[in-house]
Design a protein. Structure first.
Length: 274
């Protein structure tokens, strides 16, 4: 049993991570800029007020804790000040980034080439600058996370509401439960200063997803009125090796099976109790 884990910026992912972490840590803390309002589902003794823009809150982070950083690492000046002040008292650091770090990659190939952790990143993005500072100067492990889905974050709803539409653009996804598992694996088994792409390993086009959703759930999708970028195909072999070292694996590699479970759970929750 490890000593403690602190989740900096506890949002959607933290809801699924926290109960898993409690099986492995003696103490798990969740932070928010307004913990009483945003962390109502977390025990009072686990809540910590933390705001990167308020240095007086930095000292509330427990010493010798592992840290999971769940918000964009900006502005870089505060990121560096925080690192110099607080990170010296902590243990392992895992930072959640995004596969958007690789930018919209123009290519004449279709489907587009695979993107792995050695691929060029867009260093003009401010959050990428912050992540690279933490990685190269403070040994942070960076998880470049694909689109997160799960309960209450359902791609079928995205299609129904027109948030996404049919196009040839490739999209990469990861179920929030698999992301939570990967976060803990990275803390335990990840190499300092290393990047891991986090995806289910099966890039799909919105055309394919929308057609399948229409066929299975009778949800019609709109067609994108403007040309879309071709997207990326994210390789996840390094992540799979990390999970294997930790003795775990992905549970939601099949997107449509996962969507079936999400839909069933949503319907059951909506039914009135007898």
């Amino acid at each position: 049993m490890h000593h403690s884990l602190t989740i900096l910026g506890s949002g959607y992912t933290a809801k699924f991570l926290l109960p898993l972490a409690e099986q492995q840590y003696a103490q798990v803390f969740a932070t928010s800029r307004a913990p009483d309002r945003h962390l109502a589902g977390v025990r009072t003794d686990q809540r910590i007020k933390f705001d990167l823009a308020q240095p007086e809150t930095w000292q509330l982070i427990p010493p010798n804790t592992d840290l999971l950083w769940c918000f964009p690492a900006v502005p870089i000046e505060l990121v560096q000040q925080f690192a110099e002040t607080a990170l010296l008292q902590t243990s392992r650091l895992v930072v959640l980034g995004s596969t958007s770090a690789y930018g919209d990659r123009p290519s004449t190939e279709y489907p587009p080439p695979w993107v792995d952790e050695t691929s060029t990143i867009d260093g003009t993005q401010l959050r990428v600058q912050g992540e690279e500072l933490l990685r190269t100067s403070y040994g942070a492990i960076i998880l470049r996370v694909a689109g997160i889905y799960g309960p209450q974050r359902n791609p079928i709803d995205w299609i129904r509401t027109g948030r996404v539409s049919r196009s040839r653009k490739f999209v990469n996804l990861i179920h929030v439960e698999d992301l939570a598992t990967t976060c803990l694996a990275a803390i335990r088994q990840g190499e300092e200063g290393t990047i891991y792409n986090v995806s289910d390993g099966t890039p799909r086009t919105w055309d394919e997803i929308c057609q399948t959703v229409e066929r299975r759930w009778a949800v019609n999708a709109s067609v994108s009125p403007e040309p879309q970028p071709i997207g990326k195909r994210i390789a996840n072999q390094r992540m799979l090796a990390l999970l294997k070292r930790d003795g775990v694996s992905l549970h939601h590699e099949d997107l449509y099976q996962a969507l079936t479970h999400i839909q069933e759970a949503s319907l059951n929750a909506a039914e009135p109790s007898r």
